[in-house]
Design a protein around this ligand. Sequence first.
Ligand SMILES: [Ca+2]
Ligand SMILES: [Ca+2]
Length: 374
Amino acid sequence: MPRYRERKRIPIPQPVPELGSRWVVGRHLRWGLLGFVLTVGLVVYVRSQFRPPLSPVGGMGPRAGMRWVRGGEFTMGSTDPAASQAERPPHQVKVDGFWIDETEVTNRQFRAFVEATSYKTMAERPVDLDALMKQVPPGTPPPDPEKLAPGSLVFKPPVGRVSLDDHTQWWDWQTGVDWRHPEGPDSSLEGRDDHPVVHVSWEDAAAYAKWAGKRLPTEAEWEFAARGGLNGTVYSWGDLPPNENNPRANLWQGEFPRINLGQDGYPRTSPVKSFAPNGYGLYDMSGNVWEFTADWFRVDTFLEQAAKGIAVNPTGPSSSLDPNEPYAPKRVQKGGSFLCNDVYCTGYRPSARMACSMDTGMSHTGFRCVTTDK
Ligand SMILES: [Ca+2]
Ligand SMILES: [Ca+2]
């Protein structure tokens, strides 16, 4: 006898899939797959909205020396006691994203432009008498011929106390002054390669921007960038004013315009990046030199924009009007300079606005560029 008897294998009953259960499994798979695809699509879309575009000059990554500022809505203007009528009322503005130079355009950068194009700035050309006479009230006598030689306006501290209402007391027209000779015909750019270029007019700035494949910022873009993500604060760093221990920017310390203590280390322009950047990583959006924008200047621009509810990508008025000099076409400058303090000019507040003739360069005016090209 066999020691054991082979047991008959009894098949274990297997569940027989039914049509209904297959359909349920398939339905779950399909929904799961659809959910996965939708999730991936959503992630890709969201990331695309928050990521800067590719460099407009080719290659990957942002432009060298520029920062991507993601657009948004903000309050433009101010009700700060120091705010002029031209800064009022505060109003809502929305701007699209843009690239902006981290710093003011430097002498080194401007030299590259001049060497590539042989461009002559307006301060290096004789004054156009016809253009000049169109900017003054009819009947104004022409200036002396020697005043038409190439030159620019230089800051010159007065010896004694002067009225702060008369800026001719500290601005001096000097022949032979231009971006290469910022403080007089005998001055030079030695040691100033990284200082902002000065004595450039709006026309000069626009020519540089075009050569660089960029453009001047609108006033709204500039103010949005200067705020560095802090909406509604008085300054680009918050609400606390600068002081001796924390100057914050290259401004003026002492009795303006006579006594320049230079407690921030710089009685005149400073190398860019000498002070901490704002929340967007941008330097000298307060102080150092005023910066040209693309917009025409009018005192009532903010009033017009406020009437729109939310002004979207505003580009300023179609023409300029400065009540103090109604015949001179002027553009908006922003950011203040090394000549600003809280007694005379708190132009280093992001909302502050200055009107400047298009053909005028000065010791304390420069610019930076933006681009929105893809
Ligand atoms: Ca200073
Ligand atoms: Ca500046």
